[in-house]
Design a protein around this ligand. Structure first.
Ligand code: HEC
Ligand SMILES: [Cu+2]
Length: 360
C-alpha cells in the first residue's frame, strides 16, 4: 500500500501548531509563578501557620511522586513512538496486548501508590476538621458579599477583618445567611464551605503577627469576585487592646457637628440594615439580630482598614475616596450590592463620613 500524503495522515498538523503550542505553554507557566507572599497574597504554597503547613507537607511529596510517574509514563510513550515508528519495509513489532503478568504489574503498582498516599491524606483531612481543645471560637457567617465575624465568648460582632492573636488556634464555626460561600485564607488553611442551615468547622492559626488575605472560593452571585477576607493576627497586647475597644459602645457625637447630622441621617436611612451600639441606655442604639437581614455592624467601622467585603479601598484608591464612592452608589462599586443607592447628596455624604470616623 502506498504511503498516504502527509496532509491526510495528520489533518491537524501545520505550521501553526508550534505557535499555538508555545503560546499555550507560556500562558500556563505564567499562572504558576512561585513568588513571595507579598506579591501573591493568595498563594497556596506559602504556609504561615500549622494547618496550612500540614497541607503543604502533604502536597509536595504527592507532587514529586506525580512528577516521577509523569516522567516514566511519558518517557515510555515517547520511547515507543520513536523506537517502533513505521519505516518502509519494517515488520510489525511484538504485540503485548493481553499479557497477564504485565496487566497485573501495572494495576498493582498504582494501587499501592494510591494506598500509600491515602494514609497521610485521610489522617490530615480528619485532623484539619476537628478543633483543638484550647481553640478560641469565632463564628463566621457568609453574606452576599462579605464575611461577618462573631466572637461569642466576648460579645463582639465585626466584619471583613478577622482579628485574632498570633500563635493561637481559632476554631471557625461557619454558616451562611444566604447562598453557599467558601472561606479560604490560603496562608492559614485550605478551603471550607459555608452552608445555609448547617455548621462547618475550620481551624485557623498564624505563627506570626501579620495580615493574611483570603477570598470567597465558591461562586456566590454577581459580586463574588469582590468578596474578600482579611485575617489580622496580632500580639497578645494588641489583642487585649482590640477586645476592649470592640466591647466598648460608640460615643454619640456632639450636637450640631457634621458627625451628629450624619448620625441622624443614619437613624433615618440605615437602621433597617445596620447595627450601631451606643450602649443599652441610648435611644440611638439599634441592634439587628442574627435571624434578620443585616449588613455589616458599623459600631467600630473605622477600626477596620478595609470595607465592603474587604474589597475597598483597592490599590491606587484612597480610603476616603473609596468611602465616598461607596456611599454615593454601592451597586456601581459592587454589582448587585444589597446596599442600594440611597440618593445621598454630597452634603449627606460629608456628614456620614464625619460620623463614620467617630465609630472607632
Ligand atoms: C437595604 C440595606 C442597607 C441599607 C438601607 C444601608 N446599607 Fe450599608 N450596607 C448594606 C450591605 C448589605 C452592606 C455590605 C455590602 C457588601 O460588602 O457587599 C453594606 C455596607 C456598608 C458599609 C461598609 C461596611 C463594611 O464594614 O464593610 C458602610 C460604611 C455602609 N454600608 C453604610 C451605610 C449607611 C451610612 C447607610 C445609610 C445612609 C446604609 N449603609 C444603608 C446594606 C444596607
Ligand atoms: Cu461568597
Amino acid at each position: 500500500m502506498p504511503t498516504p500524503p502527509r496532509s491526510t495522515r495528520f489533518p491537524w498538523s501545520g505550521r501553526w501548531n508550534g505557535v499555538i503550542g508555545a503560546s499555550a505553554l507560556a500562558l500556563l507557566l505564567s499562572s504558576c509563578s512561585l513568588i513571595e507572599i507579598e506579591d501573591a497574597p493568595l498563594s497556596a504554597v506559602e504556609p504561615r501557620g500549622p494547618f496550612a503547613e500540614q497541607i503543604n507537607n502533604l502536597f509536595w511529596p504527592v507532587f514529586w511522586i506525580a512528577v516521577v510517574i509523569f516522567v516514566i509514563v511519558q518517557g515510555g510513550i515517547l520511547f515507543s513512538i520513536i523506537a517502533f515508528r513505521d519505516r518502509p519495509g519494517r515488520k510489525e513489532p511484538k504485540q503485548i496486548h493481553g499479557n497477564t503478568k504485565l496487566e497485573i504489574t501495572w494495576t498493582v503498582i498504582p494501587a499501592l501508590i494510591l494506598a500509600a498516599i491515602a494514609v497521610p491524606t485521610v489522617s490530615t483531612v480528619f485532623d484539619l476538621t476537628e478543633c483543638g481543645d484550647d481553640a478560641m471560637t469565632v463564628e463566621i457567617t457568609g453574606h452576599q458579599w462579605w464575611f461577618e465575624y462573631d466572637y461569642p465568648g466576648l460579645g463582639i460582632e465585626t466584619a471583613n477583618v478577622m482579628v485574632m492573636p498570633a500563635d493561637q488556634e481559632v476554631c471557625a464555626v461557619m454558616t451562611s445567611a444566604d447562598v453557599l460561600h467558601n472561606y479560604w485564607v490560603p496562608a492559614l488553611n485550605g478551603k471550607r464551605y459555608l452552608v445555609p442551615g448547617q455548621e462547618t468547622v475550620l481551624r485557623l492559626q498564624a505563627d506570626e503577627p501579620g495580615e493574611y488575605w483570603g477570598h470567597c472560593a465558591e461562586f456566590c452571585g454577581l459580586s463574588h469576585s469582590l468578596m474578600r477576607a482579611r485575617v489580622l493576627a496580632v500580639t497578645d497586647a494588641e489583642w487585649d487592646a482590640w477586645v476592649s475597644e470592640q466591647q466598648a459602645a460608640a460615643t454619640v457625637p456632639a450636637e450640631g457637628t457634621p458627625a451628629y447630622e450624619g448620625m441622624l441621617l443614619y437613624q433615618n436611612l440605615c437602621t433597617t440594615c445596620h447595627t450601631v451600639n451606643y450602649g443599652d441606655a441610648s435611644e440611638f442604639t439599634n441592634i439587628r439580630s442574627d435571624d434578620v437581614f443585616r449588613g455589616p455592624n458599623l459600631t467600630h467601622f473605622s477600626s477596620r482598614n478595609v470595607f465592603a467585603g474587604a474589597y475597598l479601598p483597592y490599590e491606587g484608591l484612597s480610603y476616603d475616596d473609596a468611602l465616598e464612592q461607596w456611599l454615593a452608589n454601592p451597586p456601581d462599586v459592587k454589582p448587585g450590592s444589597f446596599m442600594p443607592n440611597l440618593g445621598l447628596t454630597q452634603n449627606d455624604i460629608n456628614n456620614l463620613t464625619a460620623w463614620l470616623a467617630t465609630l472607632k
